[in-house]
Design a protein. Structure first.
Length: 91
């Protein structure tokens, strides 16, 4: 099953993001991602969150996987939203 995951960083947490970015990218690189990357502020450059489309057997296993991400362990996120996702495009 696919899930869309949006994670919003805590205000002022860019240093936490940058300090954990290499470990996060290594961890995320091993996940069954369909797509993923940082969400940006209106300046188009400053990272303020993460967006993932990821495959998982169920929500519980996805939550366990996300909890092991270095960003989550570092307390980067103010909020995390998980929703089932149906991929339509591209075919």
């Amino acid at each position: 099953m696919l899930f869309a995951v949006t994670c919003l960083d805590k205000p002022g947490a860019l240093e936490i993001r940058l300090a954990n970015r290499a470990a996060h990218l290594e961890y995320a690189g091993a996940l069954p991602l369909v797509a993923g990357g940082p969400m940006l502020s209106d300046d188009g450059a400053t990272m303020v969150g993460s967006l993932l489309v990821i495959e998982a057997p169920d929500r519980a296993s996805l939550e366990a996987t996300l909890a092991q991400d270095p960003y989550a362990k570092a307390g980067l996120f103010e909020s995390v939203t998980i929703r089932p996702f149906k991929k339509v495009f591209p075919k």
